[in-house]
Design a protein around this ligand. Structure first.
Ligand code: ZN
Length: 376
């Protein structure tokens, strides 16, 4: 039996109708677990404690499929169960080779397309009696709110050294081999409150201090590998009060850790010095969001996908992304992961998000060819 379009679509339409905002993936996890258990593979489905670590209702689902050949290394696959909002009452509409929402909600192809590709992959393995080694699939939670599922995954349960994260868009031969590091910055700029009309000279305007610092910052695209942004600024209480406090949130990303450090240092130092010059102060907190990764063409997952694509008459198109994903976290934990296509397009946009059905089905086919070439 080849990849089954109707069966894949039925899964997809069912799963996108189950709301699963980050931290509330319980129902969709149950549905996925039930689907896996009836496939008939020798499989264990476990849940880890990741949800408890960040206050979510559901942990990561860890699916271990026993191999049917000996002496083959385990292979890792991942997709995430949560979606961005709005995700209540999703009304999926099929138009030719695409699925979209009615525009009032997101569709949730990010990342239910990946989840359904993996389900269909397991069914094809079973039906076609394909020879395979052990397979470890992790369906993560809370990817969209800081990769919290992947960060809190129980890595002691994972034996794979490499694998594939299905959370990218077409074409099928686009393979993401490199992603940046990201750091987040949160600053509180403090001035002094005073009546704006009666005694402004007693005040120190925190908004003005923050504005001077931000105006002097290098932001946007810093160079080919580095970007920076101030994304939120909040402060002030009323027009007749000299504002005492401003809060600022920003980020920087780079494929080069030294450049990232330099950019963050630049932002922090401007906030501190401009606040000080004006008689106020800035408290700045920097946190690491995720670390960069870089997989070479010689690494095992690249070799595998290259030979699998060749069987489809395709050549890999190695790409670099500017975004972070669970792949960053897995790579940080020593599981070499490439980020590959699952058919999702324009994620996070109610108007534009689509599932591209042909590339999702090709993705199933690609996984089957990958697993077959490992077991040869
Ligand atoms: Zn995603």
């Amino acid at each position: 039996m080849p990849v089954n379009r109707e069966r894949f679509l039925n899964d997809f339409l069912e799963l996108v109708r189950i709301p699963s905002p980050s931290g509330k993936e319980g129902k969709v996890a149950q549905a996925v677990k039930a689907k896996i258990e009836v496939i008939g593979l020798t499989v264990e489905v476990e849940e880890d404690d990741a949800g408890k670590a960040f206050g979510g209702e559901q942990g990561n689902l860890i699916v271990k499929v026993q191999g049917n050949v000996n002496g083959v290394e385990p292979l890792f696959f991942n997709a995430h169960l949560d979606t961005v909002v709005p995700c209540e009452n999703v009304n999926p509409i099929i138009e030719d080779d695409k699925v979209r929402s009615d525009g009032k909600t997101i569709l949730g192809a990010d990342n239910k397309a990946g989840v359904c590709v993996l389900l269909e992959f397991l069914r094809v393995l079973k039906e076609d009696g394909i020879k395979h080694g052990p397979i470890e699939i992790v369906f993560t939670v809370a990817e969209e709110v800081g990769l919290l599922g992947a960060k809190n995954l129980d890595y002691s349960r994972i034996n794979s050294k490499f694998g594939f994260v299905l959370d990218s868009g077409p074409p099928i031969n686009k393979v993401i081999v490199q992603a940046p590091s990201q750091k987040n910055l949160r600053a509180v700029v403090k001035g002094k409150a005073a009546h704006a009309g009666v005694s402004p000279e007693r005040g120190i305007n925190a908004i003005q201090l923050a504005a001077r610092a931000i105006a002097a910052m290098r932001l946007g695209r810093i160079d080919q590998e580095t970007t920076a942004n101030i994304g939120i600024i909040r402060g002030g209480l009323a027009t007749n009060i000299v504002p005492e406090e401003v809060q600022i949130w920003g980020e920087a990303r780079s494929h080069d850790l030294k450049k990232l450090e330099a950019q963050i240092a630049h932002m922090v130092s401007l906030l501190e010095t401009e606040a000080q010059k004006g008689g106020g102060k800035a408290e700045v907190e920097v946190t690491e969001s995720y670390r960069s990764f870089k997989i070479t063409e010689d690494d095992p997952p690249s070799q595998l996908i290259k030979s699998a694509l060749a069987k489809m008459g395709l050549e890999p198109q190695w790409e670099i992304t500017g975004g972070g994903s669970d792949a960053n976290i897995f790579n940080e934990h020593g599981i070499k992961c490439l980020l590959i296509c699952c058919g999702e397009e324009s994620p996070h946009s109610p108007e534009n998000e689509r599932l591209d059905i042909p590339s999702a089905l090709q993705s199933v086919d690609l996984l089957v060819k990958i697993i077959a070439s490992v077991s040869q």
